[in-house]
Structure formats: structure tokens, C-alpha cells
Write a protein that binds this ligand. Structure first.
Ligand SMILES: Nc1ncnc2c1ncn2[C@@H]1O[C@H](COP(=O)(O)OP(=O)(O)OP(=O)(O)O)[C@@H](O)[C@H]1O
Length: 300
């Protein structure tokens, strides 16, 4: 009773938002849809939650077809959209009661499922949603998406704009919900969050680039990768782009990630090349690829 997406395509006039997208989320799985802004994540969520029709393909959510059984799906899924999911002028408590009422249930009936999350914001229950911090809004939106005990939870970029501590807490909450048997599809532009999912699909310009566990995805990186730092970062990247053996080079946090065409360990050669170019304080180390490195490679 997970999610089955088969050959879904969707265009907005000349913009092709999704192109032949297929994947499966198993029952009870925490599955991540990882991709940058504009990749097509929101479009896919809207199709799976029956708010938008695909041009081609079909999808089944919790055993129901998204077109023919849309009413059943609406009762069985929880959806936390990226934006505008709360009524800003209603208080925390009023928002929760509102969502319970539209699903024909009560907060008291299902409180046990959200207790863990809602307890953290209940001291602010009389505050208007519009006046909450990003992290608190996110907890309230999650409580509202869960109040009718859905079997499948769709979370569209739930951690965008949320501070690192709240992001970490949020992922811990997701793990607890997963333990209770809820199937979760979560999208994020943060590549580091991919590591927290059971499996992920990397999506770029409406196409799925890769599907697998974070481990299998990073483990099959075909080349050697190096982290390089130096005093003159800008100059260094220019020299590396002109190096005869460069495959790719891009900024990564405070250093560069460099992928070489050669298969052997060439740390010493890279170091010598950069020193020869007049770059000072060069440090080169071999590293394990991250999901972001795989993404950069596949999205080239
Ligand atoms: N209603 C619309 N009309 C026209 N183009 C649209 C519409 N909605 C989305 N698009 C375009 O479709 C593509 C996919 O957008 P979508 O919102 O699904 O991506 P996303 O991965 O969720 O990114 P974001 O985080 O920016 O919302 C983008 O190029 C976007 O500009």
C-alpha cells in the first residue's frame, strides 16, 4: 500500500515539468525526492495528492488510482505543501481543529499520533499561525497533515527555510512516524537530507536521474574525487578548469570538489600542477563522493 508512479508526464504549455517519471515507494518506506528548485517536485506531489491531472501515465497511492479513486486518496493521505498550508489568521489550536473537522474527525480522537509533535507547540496554542517561527509553523503544518491518521504522508520541502536544529528535529520526527507504519514521500533540495532516507530518487528538469539507497548511489560513483583548498580559491578553479585531466570542478562549501579523468590516485600530480601555477597553501585530499557529487555528475 505504498506509491506506484508509472510514466507520468506533465507540461505547462511549453514547459515540460515532468518527463516519463516512474518509481515505487514501498509500504512503510521513507523515500526522498531530491532535486533543485524547478525540478518538478511540487508538480509530482500535486498529481499524487489528486490536485492536478497528469498528461500521461498513471499513479496508485495506497492502492487507489489517482484519477479514478481520488476521493479515497484524499482521506488516506496527508499532504504538507511547501507553502501556504496554514491559515495565518487562525491560532495554532484553531488550525488544528479546522483540519480535523474537514476530515470529519476530532483532535481528541487522533491526538495520540501527533502528541509528540504538538506538545512542542502547545504552549503557543493561542498564537496566530502567521506569528510563529519557521520551525513552529512546520510542526503545526505536520500536525495538521497528520490529524486524520493518514496511511501515506506527502511532505513537499518541509525543511526549506528552517534552521539546522529544527531540521534535525524534524527528521527525527519523521523517523518516529515511519516506525508507526506511515509511508512517507518527502522532497528536499538539501542533498545532505538524502542520507536520512531509506531510498531516494534524484530528479532534475523533470527527469529521474537515479533511484536507490543513499549508499548504493554514492558507492557507484565512477571516478576519483578530491577535495582541494588553497589561499586563492577563485584563481585555483580557473587553473583547474584548464588542466588537461579535469573532468569536473565546482565549489563545495569552503573548498572545491575536483573530479579527474585518470583512474589512479593523482593527489601529488594535482598538487604539483597547482603549485606550478603559483597557487599557495594547496591541500588536496581524496574523498568519498556525496549525493551532491553524484547529482552534479548525472546532471551534467
Ligand atoms: N502553474 C504553472 N505554470 C507554468 N509553469 C509552471 C507552473 N508550475 C510549475 N511550473 C514550472 O514547471 C517546472 C517544475 O516546477 P515545480 O514547482 O514542480 O518544481 P519544484 O521542484 O517543486 O521547484 P520549486 O521548489 O521551485 O517549486 C518549473 O520550470 C516551473 O517554473
Amino acid at each position: 500500500m505504498g506509491i506506484l508512479v508509472s510514466h507520468i508526464s506533465k507540461s505547462y504549455k511549453e514547459v515540460q515539468a515532468l518527463h516519463d517519471v516512474s518509481f515505487e515507494v514501498k509500504e512503510g518506506e521513507l523515500f526522498g525526492l531530491i532535486g533543485p528548485d524547478g525540478a518538478g517536485k511540487t508538480t509530482l506531489f500535486r498529481i499524487l495528492t489528486t490536485l492536478l491531472l497528469a498528461d500521461n501515465g498513471n499513479a496508485v497511492v495506497a492502492g487507489n488510482d489517482v484519477v479514478h479513486n481520488y476521493r479515497e486518496i484524499r482521506n488516506q493521505v496527508g499532504y504538507m505543501p511547501g507553502r501556504f498550508s496554514l491559515y495565518q489568521d487562525l491560532t495554532v489550536e484553531e488550525n488544528l481543529h479546522f483540519f480535523a473537522t474537514i476530515f470529519g474527525t476530532t483532535v481528541a480522537e487522533n491526538y495520540e499520533l501527533i502528541k509528540d509533535i504538538y506538545d512542542q507547540i502547545s504552549p503557543f496554542k493561542n498564537r496566530r499561525a502567521g506569528k510563529l517561527s519557521g520551525g513552529m509553523k512546520q510542526k503545526l503544518a505536520l500536525s495538521c497533515a497528520l490529524i486524520h491518521k493518514p496511511q501515506v504522508l506527502f511532505l513537499d520541502e518541509p525543511t526549506t527555510g528552517v534552521d539546522p536544529v529544527s531540521r534535525k528535529e524534524f527528521w527525527e520526527m519523521l523517523k518516529r512516524l515511519q516506525k508507526r507504519g506511515i509511508t512517507i514521500l518527502v522532497s528536499t533540495p538539501y542533498m545532505d537530507e538524502a542520507e536520512l532516507c531509506d531510498r531516494v530518487a534524484l530528479i532534475h528538469q523533470g527527469k529521474i536521474l537515479k533511484i536507490g539507497t543513499p549508499y548504493t548511489i554514492t558507492n557507484h560513483f565512477p571516478r576519483s574525487i578530491y577535495s582541494i583548498s588553497a589561499n586563492e580559491m577563485y584563481l585555483m578553479i580557473q587553473h583547474l578548469k584548464q588542466y588537461s585531466f579535469v573532468h569536473t570542478v565546482y565549489p563545495f562549501g569552503s573548498s572545491l570538489h575536483y573530479v579527474d579523468k585518470r583512474e589512479t590516485d593523482v593527489k601529488t600530480e594535482i598538487h604539483a600542477y597547482l603549485v606550478g601555477c603559483g597557487i599557495s597553501d594547496v591541500k588536496v585530499s581524496s574523498i568519498q563522493p556525496t549525493i551532491e557529487d553524484v547529482f552534479m555528475e548525472l546532471a551534467r
